[in-house]
Design a protein around this ligand. Structure first.
Ligand SMILES: [Zn+2]
Length: 194
């Protein structure tokens, strides 16, 4: 396959990108400078070689050590664990001033699913909540059908931990995602969580 078609096809695999947008990306690259194209290719390579997935919260970060800067920070409130679907949600919650720790689920559970562990890091989460110091779990899932479904399953799976489990859903409008909520809205949803 020629590089134009091949690259278009690869861009189509990106989340939220259709064939028309994929073609526009390739068109843009064709008129970019050789230096810009080389820089982009180089950065894509480095994203693979210079990043690590945190062993504790599972977010991706630039570095070599096992823990990200948030998990390694001993000044953070280790009694509260904020559960999010993806890295972008975590970054947005961080802007709201939340000072506890996080866990990235890696997705949501589809409605008809028989095996929740196939779609989210369920085993890793259950191991994580068994660690000491933790008092409260905040479920920061999308106010969508799948987000609600995931929240129900997690409530069920976590109820025997004896920890307080609260939800952020009420403060965010229906269908909204944490990734797009503004930090002030997240901060007020956090303070009114139940
Ligand atoms: Zn981490």
């Amino acid at each position: 396959m020629n590089p134009i078609d091949k690259l278009t096809e690869l861009f189509e695999h990106f989340p939220g990108i259709g064939p028309r947008q994929a073609r526009r990306f390739v068109q843009y690259l064709l008129v970019s400078s050789a230096a810009d194209r080389t820089e982009l290719a180089d950065l894509i390579k480095r994203v693979g070689t210079e990043t690590t997935q945190c062993k504790k919260c599972f977010r991706w970060f630039v570095g070599r050590s096992g823990l990200c800067a948030i998990c390694a920070d001993s000044h953070r409130d280790a009694t509260t664990l904020f559960i999010v679907e993806k890295d972008a949600d975590l970054e947005n919650v961080e802007r709201s001033g939340f000072s506890g720790l996080y866990f990235v689920l890696g997705g949501t559970i589809p409605l008809a699913s028989e095996e929740p562990g196939k779609y989210i890091r369920l085993r890793e989460l259950l191991k994580r909540v068994g660690e000491n110091n933790l008092k409260e779990i905040i479920l920061g899932l999308s106010a969508t059908t799948e987000g609600d479904h995931t929240r129900q399953i997690l409530n069920e799976k976590l109820k025997d931990t004896g920890l307080k489990i609260s939800s952020l859903g009420r403060g965010l409008s229906t269908g909204s995602e944490l990734e797009y909520a503004d930090p002030d809205t997240i901060a007020s949803a956090l303070s009114s969580r139940q």
